[in-house]
Design a protein around this ligand. Sequence first.
Ligand code: PLP
Length: 399
Amino acid sequence: MREVYLDNSATTRVFPETAQLMNRIYLEEYGNPSSMHHKGVEAEKQLRQAKQTLAGILKVKPSNLYFTSCGTESDNIAIIGGALAAQRNGKHIITTPVEHPAVLESMKYLEQEGFEITYIPVDGCGRVDPEEVAAAVRPDTVLVSIMHTNNEIGALQPITEIGEKIKKKNPKVLFHVDAVQGFGKALIHPRQQHIDLLAASGHKIHAPKGVGLLYVADGVKLRNLIFGGGQQNGLRSGTENVAGAAGMALSAQKLYEKLDVELDTLYDMKQFFIEQVTQIDGVRVNGLPETGADGKALSLSEAVRMTAPHVISLSFENVRAEVLLHALEDKGIFVSAGSACASNRPHISATLQAIKLPENLLDSTIRFSTGVMNTMEDMQYTADALKEIVPFLRRYTRH
Ligand code: PLP
């Protein structure tokens, strides 16, 4: 049976070249980068090279980059470490209700520590208005955290505009961007985009699980959350995951080398898939804008290109997401119900609620997330499967 993996926002398959490089590091260049002998120097060189490659992609200095264990850890260090270090300036933070739990749960923790959190509402496509974010900035605001790309519906936030506006209102405010879903799919240049803290994750970009990246701009102070041997300037003690870091850098390099071409393919696949599945009755595409900034109606191609290239969120009337997920699985197609990247139990998604998805569709939403390993044939196969399965399942659903 054909296997079609459309859960790339949950995690990705490691590039073979990345696995090969990591294997070599595990078996041959396995030293501790802090060791003074040759094996250590070799490992340290791998780490240094990885930072250089990633710094080149982000157009920052290697010394601004830290390796962590995952996107969640990068978000936690940035948000909690940033807020605690800045609390003498105030205890107000701004974010959105559509952030990943790595951000929302960090906010909850800070709330217990006496911080006040303002959640800026999103529009029907999951986007915040930069004016509204800036208007919420106060003299005691210490941190603004807005994600680059939403993991459930693929909404893209106007990061550069938000950065510009919040800094104008209060230059001391730290701007944190969760770019776990955006890194590898978009050009991200923190210095030009007024970003102070940025989180990315290896396993979303065809590198392994267990490695994350944190960018910290010059001059930004973070309260230390991890204590130990003082690695990585003491911000993130613990022996570095050398193979993971090298793997993340190689995978990122491969993605960014051909970014334009890959983006075109991903957008073409997204558009084709939407054209196909909307031929089925009672299918709603979530997060797709209908009109542009000028209020004019958008073509499907224009609308699709205003969203993330790889996330397609569809709600199927009178179909339970979990049942559809397993019916697709029977055909070798792997997807997520809503967003299952935080747990393997489907849950009522905060993002779907925030975009005011009708109540009856909350439990009928599937996320298809593509990647550079997918093909147009995968999308055709999946669309054909849906055309067969959805009417079939509806016959067995009581209305
Ligand atoms: N932020 C976003 C937007 C995500 O999609 C995810 C994972 O799904 C994370 C953070 C957490 O990343 P990690 O799985 O590497 O901890």
